[in-house]
Design a protein around this ligand. Structure first.
Ligand code: TNX
Length: 514
């Protein structure tokens, strides 16, 4: 190893003379601070190399520099990046990790894990000496995993979360409902999981398949993620993409059904009936459950791809429109969005919605604190920030859609569009149209993996890795210029990094960067 080849690129890397060398993996200092982070780090090393790999020499020491309390930095997301800053000093006599807070210690340890993954060979560790100082550009660096179109096991989700944290991904956006399956147990609505979690699977000759996560499993995932300083943001998609809800409770639709948990993919005309108060009773029960299970400050309420045709023809929806003084059925969506956001306020949560929530808001403007996730391009982000909303950028046009093909070849896995590694590397969540004020409203961005054709976890790995590495670099690294030599430099680091990901047992795309 002649250079570190860290992904995402740290703020500053300074090489020093000499090497840190030891037989076996180095021992780690016991005692405060950062014990929980150290413990996870040891488990990660053990996972890769087994118990026998630890030697009795070498040393990693932790230092806490001027404690940064989360409370102090809570006011703005920008300042939160200070909580994730760290400094690593690698000298011949030992390694020192300095951080002000636990999150920073974890990020620093993941960089060390990267250096171990490439520097530990044949039972001995060699790392060039140097000093790394680092902190993130954005506080929101996410991956969305669609667990509705296909259901993934708890073990698989943990594997992915652990691997994501190697590149400092800190948000797991968990898509828990869609037309093809409902994954959240809600005590007062048992049919959501009894009926809504299973669908016909044509790949298995029409057998019913699916599943849901139990409360215990959800808490397990949330705490597994929290130990890795990843926040889990649940999404329940309302009022569209709701076939699974309607199959369970047909009275919540405009026509009364019959409905089925969809076994096809696309956008369906049957959505929750805007004239039926029962949809808010259901939402309240869902939000109660989410508030109990997820400590996150945020709940994603979806809002994408809602056809208005049923509302336009439904007597109950027409009555609602008249009561509210609306001129078109589409405006019912913004009414629903603002009610849901207010309901979440009572739980102390902030709503996030896909960029469609910006539309038809003439009568019911979006609640000021609502966060918009731009996906159809950058326009949603531009418009939302111009209205003063915070945004999460994950435009399909900029390499953020991991269900797209990594290269434009018919043999490649994926669908709908092309999302190359180069595009992900070049992605900047702050668009050219945003001024300085708008830029301050950009929390960060995400890679999104929709799973219509991702029927196995192994395929999901291939779609996520290594594209998420390019996206993580775009979200963490301070560098905004993405010229050809910079891409070539990234490509060099990526070769080294992919061999690390191999050691974690991940199936990866290895074709052209595009
Ligand atoms: C659009 S992105 C959707 C999803 C699909 C995806 C396929 C978004 C908010 N909605 O329902 O799975 O396209 O790329």
């Amino acid at each position: 190893m002649s250079n570190y080849s860290i992904i995402p690129q740290p703020v500053s890397v300074q090489y020093l003379d000499g090497e840190f060398k030891c037989q076996g993996l180095p021992r780690i200092e016991k005692g405060e601070p950062f014990q929980s982070e150290a413990q996870i780090f040891i488990e990660q090393l053990r996972q890769t190399w087994g118990d026998g790999a630890f030697g009795d020499k070498g040393f990693i020491r932790f230092e806490q520099t001027g404690r940064q309390s989360a409370e102090k930095y809570q006011q703005t997301e920008k300042n939160q990046s200070a909580l994730e800053s760290y400094c690593l000093e690698i000298l011949p006599e030992g390694i020192t990790l300095k951080a002000g807070a636990e999150a920073g210690a974890y990020r620093g340890l993941q960089v060390l894990r990267q250096l171990f993954l490439s520097g530990f060979n044949d039972g001995s560790l060699t790392i060039p000496c140097g000093k790394i100082e680092d902190q993130p550009r954005f506080s929101w660096r996410g991956l969305m995993l669609d667990c509705s179109r296909y259901f993934y096991s708890v073990e698989f989700i943990k594997k992915i979360l652990d691997a994501l944290s190697l590149q400092h991904i800190n948000i797991f956006h968990w898509h828990l409902s869609d037309d093809q399956g409902w994954r959240l147990p809600v005590a007062s609505y048992p049919l959501l999981t009894e009926i809504g979690s299973k669908r016909r699977e044509h790949r298995l000759s029409g057998e019913f398949s699916g599943g849901f996560y139990t409360e215990t499993e959800i808490r397990d995932i949330v705490s597994f993620a929290a130990e890795r300083h990843i926040e889990v943001v649940p999404e329940i998609d309302l009022p569209g993409h709701a076939s699974a809800i309607l199959a369970a409770y047909p009275g919540l639709g405009c026509t009364g059904g019959p409905y089925r948990v969809e076994d096809r993919f696309g956008v369906f005309e049957d959505v929750l009936c805007a004239g039926n108060d029962g949809i808010f009773t259901l939402a309240e029960a869902v939000f109660d459950t989410l508030a109990d299970l997820f400590p996150s400050r945020y709940v994603h309420i979806g809002g994408d791809e809602v056809p208005f045709i049923r509302w336009a023809e439904c007597p109950k929806c027409k009555k609602r429109m008249a009561e509210l003084g609306l001129d078109k059925a589409a405006q019912l969506q913004s009414w629903i969005t603002s009610r849901l956001a207010q309901m979440l306020h009572k739980h102390g949560k902030t709503a996030i919605g896909w960029d469609e929530v910006l539309e038809n808001t003439e009568k019911f403007p979006l609640p000021a604190d609502m966060i918009v996730q731009s996906w159809r391009g950058e326009e949603g982000g531009n418009k939302a920030t111009s209205l003063g909303h915070r945004v999460i950028m994950s435009p399909v046009t900029n390499g953020c859609y991991l269900d797209s093909r990594a290269i434009d070849q018919p043999e490649e896995l994926g669908r709908l569009s092309i999302g190359t590694i180069t595009k992900g590397f070049s992605f900047d969540p702050v668009t050219k149209k945003m001024d300085e004020t708008a830029a301050l409203l950009v929390l960060g961005g995400q890679g999104n993996l929709w799973s219509e054709v991702i029927y196995a976890g192994k395929i999901a790995e291939y779609m996520i890795f290594p594209r998420i590495c390019a996206i993580a670099e775009a979200l963490w690294s301070q560098r905004k210029s993405k010229t050809a030599p910079e891409l070539a430099e990234f490509a060099g680091r990526l070769v080294v990094h992919q061999s690390r990901l191999d050691k974690l047992g991940l199936l990866q795309y290895r074709g052209p960067l595009g």
